[in-house]
Design a protein around this ligand. Structure first.
Ligand SMILES: Nc1ncnc2c1ncn2[C@@H]1O[C@H](COP(=O)(O)OP(=O)(O)OP(=O)(O)O)[C@@H](O)[C@H]1O
Ligand SMILES: [Mg+2]
Length: 380
């Protein structure tokens, strides 16, 4: 008989309140060993709060946080097998790089020998491509290098779980992309769980094995990046993760998993239904820009006028004004572009594959609808 591996992290019915403010509630989450998980959500949704409860910097008001099967209630941060890179990674400006990295090691009791400390700090610096920088002062480093020092400092104790709170937010785009790749490689090499907090959906989708989408103190959806993108659980996720067009309409009939929809411009389309949709209900339909196909007038379901075109080399992005529906964004691949670009002012028809439109109850936008808390589990 095989037993399920003990999860690296588990939230069981966790809530955190600060006085009258409920930062998070109803959090249930299971993270398997050696996973790369992203906590993704808008500012104030509770990402840092969840991370700080794993790290031991906050205690849950309700429920339990377990690390590798052990309830962490009452366990201080320095006794937990985790380390955290903070949102504002505070390095000690008066210490050199090596001493910043080895700071935690020097606090350990029983004491480690100076040789051992220096060896471990050297290893951690090598992991983040900073071998040889040990004697530099912090102000003699670039922003990206300082970021690496913060990372090395968190890795030097060989934690079972590394918590990263927006670690790349301060870096420019090029450096961020480089660091994203390095973090991914590092996570694979070390084989430990990384929990990355970000409000950047591209970062979450590109880096992690699992994305945990949060909104207003709750977990809305947990899944692999492609699942989050292609099968969003609700309108908030569809809108927050990736670009999408949201069209208003009404359900006219349903059969199985799909519904017939009359869009606000009067056109009839079929959409996959997300949630229990009934005839007469107001809905929002999500259509990704890359799912739209521009055609000569006459063929597609929707009709509009090209307002703007942005040629990006491999793709072209169009803004298309559709009367009564607003401006739709369409991305066409190079192949489509080869067939001829559409010009601003040109009338076009818009087509899309069956199954591309997703229909959501209109009232769940921004999580206004009360959600039931449901158990979410990452299955490795
Ligand atoms: N110490 C505190 N006292 C009172 N309220 C707090 C405290 N810390 C956080 N909050 C509130 O809890 C909510 C969640 O905060 P949290 O820092 O977890 O958000 P976040 O998702 O990390 O946001 P950001 O992306 O801006 O960092 C916010 O409404 C915040 O104002
Ligand atoms: Mg935060």
């Amino acid at each position: 008989m095989t037993t399920a591996p003990i999860p690296d992290i588990e939230f069981r019915g966790v809530a955190k309140r600060y006085g009258a403010v409920t930062a998070v509630s109803g959090i249930n989450l299971t993270v398997p060993p050696a996973a790369f998980v992203a906590l993704l959500g808008p500012s104030g949704c509770g990402k840092t709060t969840c991370l700080r409860m794993i790290g031991g910097f906050e205690q849950p008001s309700e429920g339990q946080v377990l690390i590798r099967g052990n309830d962490m209630a009452g366990t201080p941060p320095y006794r937990r097998p985790v380390n955290m890179v903070f949102q504002q990674y505070a390095l000690f400006p008066h210490l050199d790089v090596e001493n910043n990295v080895s700071y935690g090691l020097r606090q350990q009791r029983p004491r480690l020998s100076a040789r051992e400390i220096s060896l471990k700090a050297g290893e951690a610096l090598a992991m983040v491509q900073l071998a040889g920088y040990g004697r530099r002062k912090i102000h003699e480093l670039s922003g990206g290098q300082q970021q690496r020092v913060a990372l090395a400092r968190a890795l030097v104790n060989k934690p079972a779980v590394l918590l990263l709170d927006e670690p790349l937010a301060a870096l420019d785009k090029k450096l961020r992309t480089d660091m994203q790749i390095e973090l991914q490689n590092l996570q694979r090499e070390l084989g430990i769980t990384f929990v990355l907090v970000t409000h950047d959906q591209e970062e979450a989708l590109s880096m992690s094995d699992f994305v945990c989408v949060m909104n207003r103190g709750s977990i809305v959806q947990v899944g692999e990046p492609s699942e989050i993108y292609h099968e969003p659980a609700d309108l908030f996720v569809a809108d927050f993760v990736g670009k999408t067009n949201l069209l208003t309409g009404k359900v006219t009939g349903s059969s199985g998993a799909s519904v017939d929809v009359r869009l606000a411009d009067g056109s009839m389309i079929s959409a996959r239904s997300r949630g229990n949709l009934v005839a007469g209900q107001d809905i929002s339909v999500s259509l990704r820009p890359e799912a739209l196909r521009l055609e000569a007038p006459g063929d597609g379901a929707l009709k509009g006028i090209v307002r703007n075109r942005i040629f990006l080399g491999s793709t072209a992005e169009y803004a298309i004004e559709v009367p009564a529906l607003g401006t739709l964004m369409a991305t066409s691949s190079h192949q489509a572009a080869l067939g001829g670009l559409f010009e601003p002012g040109e009338p076009v028809a818009i087509g899309f594959a069956d199954g591309a439109p997703l229909a959501f109850p209109a009232d769940t936008k921004n999580g206004q609808k009360q959600r039931e808390t449901k158990d979410v589990e990452i299955v490795s």
